[in-house]
Design a protein around this ligand. Structure first.
Ligand SMILES: NC(=O)C1=CN([C@@H]2O[C@H](COP(=O)(O)OP(=O)(O)OC[C@H]3O[C@@H](n4cnc5c(N)ncnc54)[C@H](OP(=O)(O)O)[C@@H]3O)[C@@H](O)[C@H]2O)C=CC1
Ligand SMILES: O=C(O)CCCC(=O)O
Length: 484
């Protein structure tokens, strides 16, 4: 792989401002999901090195917390600028280890950087309060203070943005951070750390612990008394384990977990807009996002037209290696992901669903799956309940608004939801009735740095991005001054 700046490709972990190996010298492999070939090796860190990273974050905390918000903001802004100046190289590293098309990787670099820019500003607006006292002899104040050392455990699907969405508000608030990136995508995380170091972010403020032993590192991050907060993005299964572990030291947690997003198309929808939204929401990152449409609920009167148009568009999508110009669907992350998608499609077909396009592994083999549209999907199929995380659009049919709402809310998840309609009364009613943290109305792309991203029910706790995102890294202190 060609890079303008080869020094962004790191093969060491980053602790206390030093590039380090594992104490026993062990490493783990990083693979290109498109070819299956090993592309790098990084240190396979364990409990001892994680403790060292926490100690480094603890040591650097006082100096970082005591800087003014404006001083921290300048350093974060510099980090942002360096990321954007190296956008091409970061995108190439990302496509190499994650597989997404290069154009999407470039967008993710900018999306990831936007959180740093945003929180560099928000850090300057952490205001307190003066509360009118109920008695004349007291004065009451509220201040907000950095929570302390924080930990972040992040997934492979957005190797940069899921880190910056956690680290930027943490650092802006005056916290320090230990990040455990996904085993599959450590190289993007390490390149981010190199740029943080060049930006002048002091040693120990940001630490990257690479590992293939997530539960070993996770145990330390979730039970160490110095860590005051954990932010996690990943599966609901792992999120529940981490939340339980954090209970032992009563850590604050933010959890961005799985989703089962409904994408409702009402009879009165603008069909072309709904198709555009469906393509963007469903097939971005080959369907591997927690906000991807997971169930298409389509009203009787528009069902056949929507199915025909969507499958025609999907059949035209170019499946290829992320570096191939024009590629729209890259590989899934690994064999387990392909097997899961294969199982969900096979189960649906066995129970009566029909394939309009796709429905099989791609002829390129390996981790490639053909983008798929299934019709006649019903609630008894596994695909109705599980997070697909692949390029499969299952189409369910409904008749009334009440039925659509009942189907949409019939899940343990509550992250993103979408619907298309042109009736303003219906728009208000449905938006209010959907039990989800986020609702896209006539829109399939809802994520940005200024809006609160997060879910309800088993999709998680807390919000990332927006002016709410920094509160996750602050604690409220009430000061009561007496004897006035
Ligand atoms: N909400 C979201 O954005 C995401 C949802 N998912 C869902 O989860 C499914 C499985 O994906 P997967 O990557 O396995 O997701 P996981 O939840 O297993 O992984 C997310 C992160 O948690 C780490 N992790 C895993 N187990 C532990 C543990 N016991 N203690 C501490 N950290 C741990 C992983 O490390 P490591 O990489 O080493 O395993 C990774 O860094 C997907 O098919 C999808 O449905 C997946 C990714 C993101
Ligand atoms: O899948 C995720 O975990 C994050 C979704 C990407 C985004 O839209 O921010």
């Amino acid at each position: 792989m060609q890079l303008h700046d080869r020094s962004l490709m790191k093969s060491m972990a980053y602790i206390g401002g030093n590039w380090v190996s594992a104490e026993e010298g062990i490493t783990h492999a990083v693979f290109n999901p498109s070819t299956g070939k090993e592309i790098a090796r990084v240190p396979d860190l364990g409990a001892k090195e994680t403790e060292r990273a926490i100690a480094a974050a603890q040591t650097s905390l006082p100096g970082w917390r005591e800087k003014t918000a404006k001083e921290r903001s300048r350093l974060l802004r510099c980090w942002h600028d360096l990321i954007m100046a190296n956008q091409d190289d970061l995108a190439r590293i990302m496509t190499f280890e994650q597989g997404k098309p290069l154009a999407e990787a470039r967008s993710e670099v900018a999306y990831g950087a936007s959180f740093i820019e945003w929180f560099a500003e928000e850090g300057k607006r952490v205001y307190g309060e003066i509360i009118p006292s109920p008695t004349s002899d007291k004065r009451l104040f509220v201040t907000k203070q950095a929570i302390g050392v924080t930990a972040a455990i992040t997934p492979w699907n957005f190797p940069i943005a899921m880190i910056t969405r956690k680290v930027a508000p943490a650092l802006a608030a005056g916290c320090t951070s230990v990040v455990k990136p996904a085993e599959a995508t450590p190289l993007s995380a390490l390149a981010l750390a190199e740029l943080a170091s060049r930006a002048g972010i002091p040693p120990g403020v940001l630490n990257i612990v690479t590992t293939s032993r997530p539960s070993v590192v996770g145990d330390v991050l979730t039970t160490h008394p110095s860590v005051k907060k954990l932010s996690f993005t990943g599966s609901t299964r792992v999120g529940k384990i981490l939340m339980a572990q954090c209970a032992s030291t009563v850590k604050r947690v933010s959890l961005e977990l799985g989703g089962n997003a409904p994408f409702i198309v009402f009879d009165d929808a603008d069909l072309d807009a709904a198709i555009r939204g469906a393509l963007a929401s469903k097939y971005r990152n080959a369907g591997q996002t927690c906000v991807c449409a997971n169930r298409f609920l389509v009203q009787d009167g528009i069902y056949d037209a929507f199915a025909a148009k969507l499958s025609a568009a999907v059949a035209d999508m170019k499946v290829d290696d992320g570096f191939t110009p024009g590629a729209q669907i890259g590989p899934l992350i690994n064999k387990a992901a392909i097997d899961k998608v294969h199982h969900l499609v096979a189960d649906a077909l066995a129970k009566g669903a029909k394939v309009l396009t796709g429905g099989r592994r791609h002829e390129k083999g390996g981790n490639f799956y053909t983008p798929t549209v299934l019709t006649d999907v019903t609630t008894g199929m596994d695909i109705a309940r599980e997070e697909i995380f692949g390029p499969i659009a299952p189409l369910f049919r409904f008749k009334s608004d009440a039925e659509a709402i009942q189907l949409a809310n019939d899940t343990a998840y509550g992250l993103a939801s979408y619907f298309y309609s042109r009736d303003i009364n219906r728009i208000w009613r449905v938006a209010e009735q959907l039990e989800y943290g986020m609702v896209g109305v006539n829109e399939g792309m809802i994520s940005n740095e200024v809006a609160p991203f997060g879910g309800i029910k088993e999709s998680g706790i807390g919000r990332e991005g927006s002016h709410h995102g920094i509160d996750e890294y602050l604690q409220i202190k009430y000061i009561c001054m007496g004897g006035m």
